[in-house]
Design a protein around this ligand. Structure first.
Ligand code: NAD
Ligand code: MG
Length: 332
């Protein structure tokens, strides 16, 4: 069992008299900045001169400045801009302004693990990676609930990197739920593996293929949507609450028998081999190199894949059906 830290293991006083610079004001950035401010910390938000987020951050009562200035003023610099822009912003605006003994922090290990960002030896490098989308995390904080996080120390020059990192985790509310200690390597590789094989890639490919199979066999796409996509949430909620066992207890015995007898035929050893291959691509850096090159080359293939995905029949059918269910708060 890895170390898990809670409120009593973290000391907010460590941040006393220190300035926390939050670079970026997106999903994670707005949440970290506001939670720290609500916990009495001195926060500055670093954004580029033309950022549309500047006004939002100011209206929320936060001090806003250029990334260069925020880096110079801060004892802790948390990098919360998209992973693919981190190398450029780091090189141009953060690194030249980093004071010795600063704690440079990330919410995901990608840039450090794959060496897209290489910090100098005279700063601490650490991570607090909350396990929830930023907007949800902010809502929960306001309700007095924390979300769990992973933490890791990559470089400890000052000798108190862990104390500072745990204090930060407490400041954004995560020690309230529990903070698991890990490494940049494990966080990065398991995060990428999970989103590719299950959470994003696996789940959408599974739903899409099942939907296509029913439609190809002549069933109404509306039915296919309900059976293969809509009901997914109900099943996942049960799994989330009580594991596979509770979900199986809750569905019919017919569904349960189909699960045991047919599930492994669909997700078979070919899929296991494919998963092992995606893991190897993550471990040997193939995926990271491919994604960084895609960004360097202007994201043409990425944007094309996005467009093709958006044109799939399941998106149109879904939009129509969700409109009939306003109680579920549909997003277009
Ligand atoms: P985001 O896309 O929501 O935020 C983007 C922010 O960065 C915006 O404020 C934008 O103005 C700013 N930005 C974009 N390009 C910029 C540039 N060139 N120069 C300066 N600022 C720029 O990002 P996010 O989803 O909050 O992700 C931030 C980090 O947090 C990433 O490392 C991500 O992996 C990690 N993370 C995200 C989530 C999540 O909830 N989305 C969860 C855990 C970890
Ligand atoms: Mg993740």
């Amino acid at each position: 069992m890895p170390n898990v830290y809670y409120d009593q293991d973290a000391d907010l006083d460590i941040l006393q008299g220190k300035t926390v610079g939050i670079i970026g004001y997106g999903s994670q950035g707005h949440c970290h900045a506001l939670n720290l401010k609500d916990n009495g910390q001195k926060v500055m938000v670093g954004l580029h001169a033309t950022s549309r987020s500047r006004e939002n951050a100011r209206q929320a009562g936060l001090e806003v400045a250029d990334v260069d200035e925020v880096t110079r003023e801060s004892d802790i610099v948390m990098v919360l801009i998209p992973d693919h822009v981190q190398p450029t912003v780091y090189r141009e605006s953060i690194q030249p302004n980093l004071k010795p003994d600063t704690t440079l922090m990330f919410a995901h290990g990608f840039s450090i693990h794959y060496k897209a960002v290489v910090p100098p030896a005279n700063v601490n490098v650490s991570m607090v990676a909350p396990k929830a989308p930023g907007h949800r995390m902010r809502e929960m904080f306001v309700d007095g609930i924390g979300v769990p996080a992973l933490m890791a120390i990559q470089q400890d020059t000052t000798g108190d990197a862990k104390g500072v990192t745990l204090a930060y985790a407490k400041g954004i509310g995560c020690t309230n739920a529990g903070v698991l200690e890990t490494t940049f390597k494990d966080e990065t590789e398991t995060d990428l593996f999970g989103e590719q094989n299950v959470l994003c890639g696996g789940v959408t490919s599974l739903i899409r293929m099942a939907f296509e199979t029913l439609v190809e066999a002549g069933y109404p796409p509306e039915l296919a949507y309900f059976e293969c996509l809509h009901e997914m949430k109900l099943i996942v909620d049960l799994i989330f609450q009580g594991g596979f066992k509770y979900m199986r207890y809750s569905v019919s015995d017919t569904a349960e028998y189909g699960d045991y007898s047919r599930g492994p035929r669909v997700i078979d050893d070919h899929v296991r081999e494919n998963m092992r291959r995606t893991l190897r691509d993550i471990q040997d850096g193939t995926f990271a190199r491919e994604w960084m090159a895609e960004n360097d080359e202007g994201r043409k293939r990425f944007l094309q894949m996005r467009e093709e995905a958006n044109e799939h029949q399941i998106e149109d059918i879904g939009k129509e059906l969700r409109r009939m269910m306003p109680w579920m708060n549909p997003v277009e």
